[in-house]
Ligand binder design. Structure first.
Ligand code: SAM
Length: 273
């Protein structure tokens, strides 16, 4: 791709990391995710975005965590779409994710991918819009873009690797907008433990100047903020280590899953409203 466009600032750079990790994971023979679109996107981005750099390669151990997270969200999303083939799907902070190509999206569903303008522009080049799929370039913390999303269908909102980058007030406001706008739906997201936010604030900024803000102490706090939300399910991706094809990583993830603070590093949540 055009190397002149190869500058991403701030939190947008995290989209490259998760894309790269899904692509690397998908190259393995027994891949968990089999995300061919991610592998193809990394090939097209080539060296323009430093995707083969040492810095990027050093993150490769996280590929199974990213794959296990995406797989669980895929399973929940597929189940929702099977129940609601006319759903509206809104991927908040979608990055360069290719979930819609991993799932069998019903023809009657409408799919909206939302991310900051720079990522949305890159996304449109990599994954051109097609019937029923739109990419919106906006901050999820703004209200106006919601006007582009039909409100008279069940909604599936997915926030993967996003909410930890928003201040708590913005998370609350985003959830309010969601439940004010739609009569019914599900919210899928991942949350990090407070120690992850604490450490991220103190480690050298490897990918750029941005910080984590929001930790999920207890998901029930969302029900207190927003009484329309009901917590339905919680999954800890590290406990799914049996799915990892590489034996050394399987053993490592298993060992980590036995240490409570490490196991709780990342959790996945499914809420209904
Ligand atoms: C860790 S990446 C995850 C991307 C994607 N969901 C995935 O799993 O590959 C975080 C994404 O959130 C996006 N993001 C952060 N703050 C945002 C905001 N206020 N509005 C929209 N997107 C945002 C970033 O641009 C980035 O693409």
């Amino acid at each position: 791709m055009d190397g002149r466009s190869a500058k991403l600032s701030g939190v947008e750079q995290t989209a490259l990391v998760t894309l790269y990790l899904r692509a690397v994971e998908s190259r393995s023979k027994d891949s968990i995710l089999r995300d061919g679109a991610a592998a193809e996107a990394v090939r097209r981005l080539g060296d323009d975005f430093g995707l083969g750099s040492l810095k990027m390669r050093l993150t490769a151990g996280d590929r199974y965590l990213v794959a296990l997270r995406a797989r669980q969200l895929d399973l929940w999303a597929a189940a929702f779409l099977a129940r609601h083939p006319d759903a509206v799907v809104v991927q908040l902070g979608c990055g360069l994710d290719s979930r819609s190509s991993r799932l069998d999206v019903p023809a009657g569903a409408l799919w909206f991918d939302v991310d900051l303008p720079e990522i949305a522009a890159l996304r449109r080049k990599l994954f051109p819009e097609r019937a029923g799929h739109r990419t919106i370039g906006a901050s999820v913390t703004e209200g106006r873009w919601w006007e582009e999303v039909p409100w008279d269908r069940p909604v599936l909102a997915i926030a993967e690797g996003l909410l930890m980058y928003l201040p708590e007030q913005e998370v609350r406001r985003l959830l309010e907008r969601l439940t004010d706008r739609f009569a019914t739906g599900e919210l899928l997201f991942d949350g990090v433990a407070p120690w992850v936010v604490w450490i991220s604030d103190r480690l050298p900024r490897v990918y750029g100047e941005f910080a984590m803000h929001w930790a999920t102490r207890d998901a029930r706090e969302l029900e207190k903020w927003n009484p329309r939300l009901r917590r339905v399910e919680e999954v800890v991706p590290l406990t799914q280590h049996a799915l990892i094809p590489s034996r050394p990583y399987r053993c490592l993830y298993r060992a980590l899953s036995l240490i409570p603070p490490l196991r709780e590093e990342l959790k996945l949540f499914r809420f209904e409203f």
